[in-house]
Design a protein around this ligand. Structure first.
Ligand code: AMP
Length: 371
């Protein structure tokens, strides 16, 4: 029996996404991998949906497990960037990750662009990915603001959407597979791209008669999606024009409270209830509370039965945010002033990442006949 058939059998019935809370230990030899874009400071969605999850996961004691986290600076180029601001954002993103409590000794912390093997594998995988699959992805449509039903068959899309924006899920696949990652902690918005990653790993293994790439699992937090404070029909995002929709982890107490005060709620009076359809704004605030306190929604709503109006709810959220981010904010301010220290951390992380990437790339080249 060929390696491919053995692999296909072994992957049948494989559960592709897991809640982080369900994990007490990773299988020996696991590689946990995730990146964040340096498109500004880190917001509450990044924190609850990804970075706090990185911190929690990296404190799980597992034998021979690698933790690789970093800055997706090549991905940032899919939208126009001012080089001076991008450079500043790269520092701020590293400072935010460190301030959020990621240990750079235990975890590899690096810049994607410092490891050229990402771009090399990206090309090999681009050559085995169908245009139709990319066309179905929703993230490029949302970033290009072309509408959910848009398609590369439309003249307007062909004229205005850059190839990098359409193809970046392949680069994301290359990022993950370059390290033979087994688990990828991300927010729900990335679930579709992780499906593409697993599909591409199978395609590669099938095409080159190997089982070189594992099928990486998506690790989701209970707070899969934090919504915009001003328009809870959308996810919280730093690219939102209305900056009152987005809480940054280093916003001052005054700014945070002002944004929360302005958050869209509803006209329903009395008891606070969780109802994402009828009360999306209030439910989003409850999601934030439940995420910060790590308590299930049912318990959160029960414990908040003393709250009788929106103002009390908003004050409560602002206080919780202050308690969570007070120290992080201070540490972030200190770290951003110390770029020498940040450079040292990244140099160390870049070298460690490059060493794994170049070993794996050698194997990949052998498999594809490029050695
Ligand atoms: P990005 O800033 O787009 O690179 O996202 C970095 C990480 O944050 C990814 O794992 C995303 O899934 C996660 N993320 C981004 N926005 C949100 C959000 N509003 N709610 C939950 N997770 C999010």
């Amino acid at each position: 029996m060929s390696c491919t058939r053995v692999f296909v059998r072994a992957s049948r019935g494989y559960s592709t996404s897991v809640q982080t809370s369900a994990i007490s230990k990773f299988p020996e030899g696991s590689t946990i991998y995730s990146l964040i874009q340096p498109t500004g400071r880190i917001h509450l969605g990044n924190y609850l949906g990804a970075i706090r999850n990185w911190r929690d996961i990296s404190s799980i004691e597992s034998r021979d497990t690698k933790y690789i986290f970093g800055i997706a600076d090549l991905h940032a180029l899919t939208l126009p960037q001012d080089p001076v601001i991008l450079k500043k954002n790269r520092y701020e993103a590293i400072a935010s990750i460190l301030a959020a409590g990621i240990d750079p000794e235990k975890c590899i912390l690096y810049h994607q662009s410092s490891v050229p093997e990402h771009a090399e594998l990206n090309w090999i995988l681009t050559c085995i990915t169908s245009m139709g699959y990319l066309n179905r992805m929703t993230q490029w449509k949302s970033k290009a603001k072309t509408g959910d039903d848009s398609s590369v068959y439309q003249d307007e899309v062909l004229a205005n959407v850059k190839a990098g924006l359409l193809c970046y899920p392949i680069l994301q696949t290359a990022d993950i597979l370059l390290y033979k990652s087994t688990h990828v902690p991300v927010g729900d918005d990335q679930s579709q791209h992780l499906e593409l990653c697993r599909h591409t790993a199978s395609n590669f293994n099938h095409a080159f008669k190997t089982n070189f790439f594992p099928q990486p699992k998506t690790l989701l937090t209970p707070t899969k999606k934090v919504l915009s404070l001003r328009n809870p029909a959308k996810k919280m995002s730093k690219s939102d024009i209305d900056q009152n929709s987005c809480i940054y982890v280093n916003d001052s107490f005054e700014i945070t409270s002002k944004k929360i005060r302005k958050a869209t709620t509803d006209s329903i009076q009395g008891k606070i209830t969780y109802d994402p359809i009828e009360r999306p704004g209030v439910s989003n605030l409850l999601t934030i509370i439940s995420g910060l306190t790590r308590k299930p929604m049912e318990t959160t709503v029960d414990e908040l039965s003393w709250i009788t109006n929106h103002k009390e709810l908003k004050d409560y959220v602002s206080e919780l945010l202050e308690a969570e981010f007070k120290d992080t904010r201070q540490l972030f301010d200190e770290l951003t002033k110390n770029t020498e220290y940040l450079d040292k951390i990244c140099k160390n992380g870049n070298d460690r990442a490059r060493s794994i990437a170049s070993t794996n790339m050698k194997e990949i080249k052998k498999l594809t006949g490029l050695d």
